[in-house]
Design a protein around this ligand. Structure first.
Ligand code: BES
Ligand code: MN
Ligand code: ZN
Length: 507
């Protein structure tokens, strides 16, 4: 959708739909922001209030005829109580409004907000969140439908955001940022939803390469022969049960025309395009969701998209090990011992604990470039979902500044994280009798032993954060920010953390 700005009164906009944001008083909508409006519309709004039909609770929608305006329809949009207004309330409210706009077949929309009630928030952030919400809400999960687009009305073409003239620049900047953030998230959703027959390691690598070409990053893809040369026993071992060979993707971004030393930030994403569990095969119920086991890869690629478009002042290294975990005559067996790129040996006690095996090689590869920060994202453990549910990713981190940036970014984007422990006691649980490590711990603390395993492949002095996103990467039911399925979790979170990390460096 295309976003423009204006400062006129909503009733003078020639548009298909006026969206009028309204905050809530104790039990009814706040009439104050409507005072300046055209009398016909004001009467309708007053009647609405006195009927108690509309209390302006968050995401509540009420459609009025556009009497006294130049639009056929006015959609009154509840924003909830003014003192509870948060960026996430705005995202969800605009999500609900844009889904309604599409259902009405509106081609053009104008958005009027109660700016007085929003005074506690930065205008730029207000607009960024509105745009993000409206864009995320219209994500189409029906890419595989043969008649895609025919059974569903198209999204509105343009939105005009109305605001006092003094806010014009902030509004334009917020809208641009909102579009970039939403596109990174939608890019990730699209990859995660894509069925594994259509997205194997080779296709995931091709998507990364296409992204790199579009956005101006360099891209290197290594195949099995080169991985053997690098000794990547983890990636090769997990990949060897599949007819589709592993691919190891490296993207590199250097901002142009920026002088001085730039920090190097490495992003690593788990790219298991399908996880059957391998010989330690998973139960068949819900196994189809394992097409989304490359959610970490999607998140870091989406984050790179956002970061590059936002002009991040850092060098970025994006590392995606892409494999398919299948049971086969060539597959690794429980009990096999792999030698990893770092030289450490791993006894594979469960072939379903495959994510850590490929990430071990990818983290080692990233650390060799001596980055200032490393962030990995992975749909790594069901245990993390048991521990934290699907609203939070587990955050395992060895560096306070990096952890703090991710925590703040989680608040800003509402892709929230919760701190989890990295302690030596968990390392004890992954010691093997016959190799350096084993790839599973005991019965308890599965997310923590997985993180401890990864830590074995990260230099102690490298600031590193591991995000276990198995819970929030996927949602079981539709909501105001999109349909069921992939959420694109992590792209916006990581991109925002990169902004915070580099802002601090600059200051
Ligand atoms: N991809 C799964 C983790 C997962 C589970 C992601 C549910 C999304 C939803 C991972 O590879 C896995 O199978 N982990 C095992 C580890 C176990 C064998 C130690 C798990 O969590 O059960
Ligand atoms: Mn697995
Ligand atoms: Zn997996």
């Amino acid at each position: 959708m295309h976003w423009t700005t204006g400062s006129g009164s909503p009733e003078r906009e020639k548009t298909d739909l006026i969206v009028l944001g309204a905050t809530r008083l104790r039990e009814k909508a706040d009439p104050k922001p409507w005072r300046g409006l055209e009398p016909g519309l004001r009467r309708q709004l007053a009647a609405l209030g006195s009927l108690d039909a509309f209390t302006a609770q968050a995401e509540q929608l009420h459609l009025l005829a556009g009497d006294g305006t130049r639009a056929p329809w006015v959609l009154v949009l509840g924003l909830g109580p003014a003192d509870e207004l948060s960026p996430q309330t705005l995202r969800c409210a605009l999500g609900a409004a844009s889904q309604k706009a599409r259902a009405l077949g509106a081609k053009t929309c104008a958005l009027a907000l109660p700016w007085e009630a929003l005074a506690g928030l930065e205008p730029e952030a207000v607009v960024r969140c509105c745009v993000e919400g409206a864009e995320l809400a219209l994500f189409d999960a029906g890419a595989c439908k043969a008649h895609t687009g025919k059974d569903r009305k198209p999204a509105p073409r343009t939105w005009k955001i109305l605001a006092p003239a003094a806010l014009k620049t902030a509004v334009a900047e917020g809208a641009a940022a909102g579009v970039d953030y939403a596109q990174g998230c939608l890019f990730a959703r699209d990859l995660v939803n894509r069925p594994a027959n259509l997205l194997g390691p080779r296709e995931l690598a091709a998507e990364a390469r296409a992204l790199a070409r579009r956005e101006g990053l360099t891209c290197t893809v290594m195949g099995a022969a080169q991985l053997r040369r690098l000794g990547m026993g983890g990636v090769l071992g997990v990949g060897q049960g599949s007819a589709r060979p592993p691919q190891f993707v490296v993207l590199d971004y250097k901002p142009r025309g920026v002088r001085g030393k730039l920090p190097l930030i490495a992003l690593v994403g788990k790219g298991v395009t399908f996880d059957t569990g391998g010989i330690s095969i998973k139960p068949s119920a819900d196994m189809h969701e394992m097409k989304g086991d490359m959610g970490g890869a999607a998140a870091v690629l989406g984050a790179a998209l956002i970061a590059v478009r936002r002009g991040l002042r850092a060098r970025l290294l994006v590392v995606v090990p892409a494999v398919e975990n299948m049971p086969d005559g060539n597959a690794i067996r429980p009990g096999d011992v792999l030698t990893m790129a770092s030289g450490k040996t791993v006894e594979v006690l469960n072939t379903d604990a495959e994510g850590r095996l490929i990430l071990a090689d990818a983290l080692h590869y990233a650390c060799k470039q001596k980055p200032d920060f490393v962030i990995d994202a992975a749909t790594l453990t069901g245990a993390c979902v048991v521990a934290l549910g699907d609203e939070f990713a587990g955050l395992f981190c060895n560096h306070a500044g990096l952890g703090d940036a991710l925590d703040r970014a989680g608040g800003d984007t509402f892709e929230r994280v919760w701190p989890m422990p990295l302690v030596k006691e968990h390392h004890k649980l992954i010691e093997s009798g016959i190799a350096d490590l084993q790839n599973i711990g005991g019965r308890y603390g599965g997310a923590c032993t997985a993180a401890a395993f990864l830590a074995e492949f990260v230099d102690d002095e490298t600031p590193w954060a591991h995000l276990d996103i198995a819970g929030p990467a996927w949602v079981g039911k539709p909501g105001p920010l999109g349909p069921k399925g992939a959420t694109g979790y992590g792209a916006r979170l990581i991109a925002r953390a990169l902004e915070l990390l580099t802002e601090r460096d600059a200051g």
